[in-house]
Design a protein around this ligand. Structure first.
Ligand code: ATP
Length: 369
C-alpha cells in the first residue's frame, strides 16, 4: 500500500521562517496528487519533507501505516524526479538508468531486465547507447523518469519535472506522464506552479498559498466551486473576473450594484446573501470569462444581468476571441465567439450568466454563494 498521510505537518527553517503551516492531507494508494501554488508557497518544501530531504519540524508523516518522520530517504521506498534531470553526462542512457540499481547490488541480469522494461514503457529503447548530450530535452526528461521507474518505488515525487521543456514538449510529456501513471499504478505527488498543468494531470489538486493549504479538490470542483478569492483567481486562464458590488436586499429581491448598473441575483444565490446579513455591504462578484456573453440573444433574454463596457483590447485566438473591457474602473475579460463584431474602442453590452457567478466576502475573501 502506498497511501500517504500528512498530519499537522509544519516546516520552520532555522532562520525562523515558517514555510509550511499545519498541512493535512490523506493521499490514497495510486492517486495522482498535485501541489500547486505561486512561487514560494511551500510546495517544494512539503515534497522534500515527504522525500526525507528536509527535516519535518512538526506533525506526523506516514507512508502506508508506517510513521517515517525519522526514516532515511533511501529507506522510504520513494523516487524523486527533479526539474533539472541531474543525469550523469559521461554515462549512456542505459547506465544512467542502471546506476542506482548497481549501487544497490542488484544482480546484472535483473538490472538488464528492469532497464529494458522501463525503456520500453518510455520509448527509449533505441536511445540506450546514447549520452545525455545527444538527446532532446524531452528524451532527457524520459531518462530521468526511467531512472525513477527502475527502482519500482511505491511513491513517485516529481518537482516541476517539465519546467525546462518548451511549450509543445510540455504538452506532449504531460500526456506521457498521465499514461505512465496508469501503466505503473503508482502513487504520484507532483509539484508545479502551472495551474494548467495541475488541471490536466491531477486526480486531486492541493492549492497552496503562503505555506497554507487553501483547497484540496478535483480539478472540476476547484474550477466550479473555488472556496476563496485566491483559488478563484489562481485556477483558470484567463482568470476569473472580479468586481466590487454593493449587495441590496429588499424582501425576497437581492441585487448587486456596480456603479450605475444593477444586477439581479438568481434564486440559487439569494439565501446565502440574505442569511449572511450582506444587505448594504460591499462584496466581490466573480465571473469567468466564458460566462460573459456579447451575443444579442443572451442580452435580449436577460436584461436584468447586462453590463456595458468599453473594449480596450480585441484578441483573436482562432477558435475564440477574448474581449478585454473596462466597466466602472474594473478590467474584465469576455471569452466570446469569433463571429463577434466588437472591436477595440467599441462600447459593448454584455450579459452575465448570473447562475454562474461567485460571490465572495470582501473582508474574509471566503466564498458566500
Ligand atoms: P517555487 O515554485 O519557487 O519552487 P515553492 O512553493 O516550491 O516555490 P519552497 O521552495 O517550498 O516554495 O519555499 C517556501 C518558502 O520557504 C519560500 O519563501 C522560501 O524562500 C523559503 N525557504 C526555502 N528554503 C529555505 C531555507 N533553507 N531557509 C529559509 N527559508 C527557506
Amino acid at each position: 500500500m502506498a497511501s500517504l498521510s500528512l498530519q499537522h505537518i509544519t516546516k520552520k527553517y532555522p532562520n525562523g521562517f515558517e514555510a509550511v503551516k499545519d498541512f493535512n492531507l490523506e493521499i490514497a494508494d495510486k492517486e495522482f496528487i498535485i501541489f500547486v501554488g505561486p512561487s514560494g508557497c511551500g510546495k517544494s518544501t512539503t515534497l522534500r519533507m515527504i522525500a526525507g530531504l528536509e527535516e519535518i519540524s512538526g506533525g506526523t508523516l506516514k507512508i502506508g501505516d508506517k510513521v517515517v518522520n525519522d526514516v532515511e530517504p533511501k529507506d522510504r521506498d520513494i523516487a524523486m524526479v527533479f526539474q533539472n534531470y541531474a543525469l550523469y553526462p559521461h554515462m549512456t542512457v542505459y547506465d544512467n538508468m542502471a546506476f542506482g540499481l548497481k549501487l544497490r547490488k542488484v544482480p546484472k541480469d535483473q538490472i538488464d531486465k528492469m532497464v529494458k522494461e522501463a525503456a520500453k514503457i518510455l520509448d527509449l529503447e533505441k536511445l540506450l547507447d546514447r549520452k545525455p548530450k545527444a538527446l532532446s530535452g524531452g528524451q532527457r526528461q524520459r531518462v530521468a523518469m526511467g531512472r525513477a521507474i527502475v527502482r519500482e518505488p511505491k511513491v513517485f515525487l516529481m518537482d516541476e519535472p517539465l519546467s525546462n521543456l518548451d511549450a509543445k514538449l510540455r504538452v506532449q510529456m504531460r500526456t506521457e506522464i498521465s499514461k505512465l501513471h496508469e501503466r505503473l499504478g503508482a502513487t504520484i505527488i507532483y509539484v508545479t506552479h502551472d495551474q494548467t498543468e495541475a488541471m490536466t494531470l491531477g486526480t486531486r489538486i492541493v492549492v497552496m498559498k503562503d505555506g497554507v493549504v487553501q483547497q484540496v479538490d478535483t480539478p472540476k470542483n476547484l474550477y466550479d466551486n473555488p472556496c476563496n478569492l485566491f483559488v478563484a483567481g489562481f485556477i483558470g486562464s484567463p482568470q476569473m473576473n472580479f468586481l466590487d458590488a454593493v449587495c441590496h436586499v429588499k424582501g425576497e429581491d437581492v441585487t448587486l450594484q456596480i456603479g450605475k448598473t444593477t444586477l439581479a441575483v438568481p434564486a440559487s444565490k439569494k439565501k446565502a446573501l440574505i442569511d449572511g446579513g450582506y444587505d448594504g455591504k460591499t462584496v466581490v462578484l466573480g465571473i469567468r470569462p466564458e460566462h460573459v456573453s456579447d451575443e444579442q440573444m443572451a442580452i435580449a433574454s436577460h436584461p436584468e444581468s447586462v453590463i456595458e463596457g468599453d473594449i480596450t483590447v480585441y484578441e483573436l485566438l482562432g477558435a475564440e476571441v477574448y474581449l478585454y473591457f473596462d466597466i466602472e474602473g474594473f478590467h474584465l475579460t469576455a471569452r466570446v465567439n469569433p463571429r463577434t463584431t466588437a472591436r477595440t474602442g467599441d462600447k459593448v453590452k454584455f450579459a452575465l450568466d448570473m447562475e454562474k457567478i461567485h460571490v465572495f466576502d470582501k473582508e474574509t475573501e471566503l466564498v458566500i454563494a
